[in-house]
Design a protein around this ligand. Sequence first.
Ligand SMILES: [Zn+2]
Length: 333
Amino acid sequence: MVNYKDLGLVNTREMFAKAVDGGYAIPAFNFNNMEQLQAIIKACAETKSPVILQVSSGARKYANQTLLRYMAEGAVEYAKELGWEHPQICLHLDHGDTFELCKSCVDFGFSSVMIDGSSLPYEENIALTKKVVEYAHQYDVTVEAELGVLAGVEDDVVAEESHYTKPEEVIDFATRTGCDSLAISIGTSHGAYKFKPEQCTRDPKTGKLVPPPLAFNVLEEVEKKLPGFPIVLHGSSSVPQEYVDIINTHGGNLPDAVGIPEDQLRKAAKSAVCKINIDSDSRLAFTAAVRKVLAEKPGEFDPRKYCGPARDEMVKLYKHKIIEVLGSDGKAE
Ligand SMILES: [Zn+2]
């Protein structure tokens, strides 16, 4: 048993309370490797932003859970080395799908876990979430739950059809499960292909897809039912077209990749939404930088020469999100 407090990590409770009051959102960035983690910590240290480091079950398979935990522990020390006096770093399991997985993360030093029972019938989602909450709260680990289904593909999470969260269910769900935050579905989606072309319109000037707007009416209804309760948005990458273009002009092929416009996320961050998950944008930044170096310098074979620029590009991306989209800069001095 490893307690996250001994690793210098924090849970989400205080982070979210401040974010709800302050009208901003905490960035939740996924990481799978050293360069991504370095970029996240550097961006957060330079902007003094609290951060949620997310580990998906796919990341646990890719990078090994023991190594990931030590990396998060190292991240706290690295943040201090960078001059961030009081780093507020949460280590969070993204899309836990079983009690056993959540328990193993709690036992392994995670400070927060998500139990995603959103694909289960309502009562089963409640029972599973409640079981995880009861276990996690014994160790002061916070729990995110989900109601409603997001479309798209993210590691092991695949859903063909999305349906919005039903606002009439949220009070009952939050009360009976005791969860600390709730991921809702208002039209965001996992992956770099968030919408099918037939769901979008096309900008006549650029030929690029324009996605449908988020269902802010659903978000407002949820806020009315649960005033001040921390709400989470998954699948909230914006799929920057400059990265898609760099990828496509340097040997890649991502036709019609489209995300959530940043002005909509900015609007959401000012509401009860206090955690916004961003994963695909960092993958795109990494891939664009790597493709560019390899296309321009075919003789390059030192991974540091293409992973280094990829890391620099991710730092830029994370800082942009923190300052321009989430508003979390300066909230963790
Ligand atoms: Zn997700």
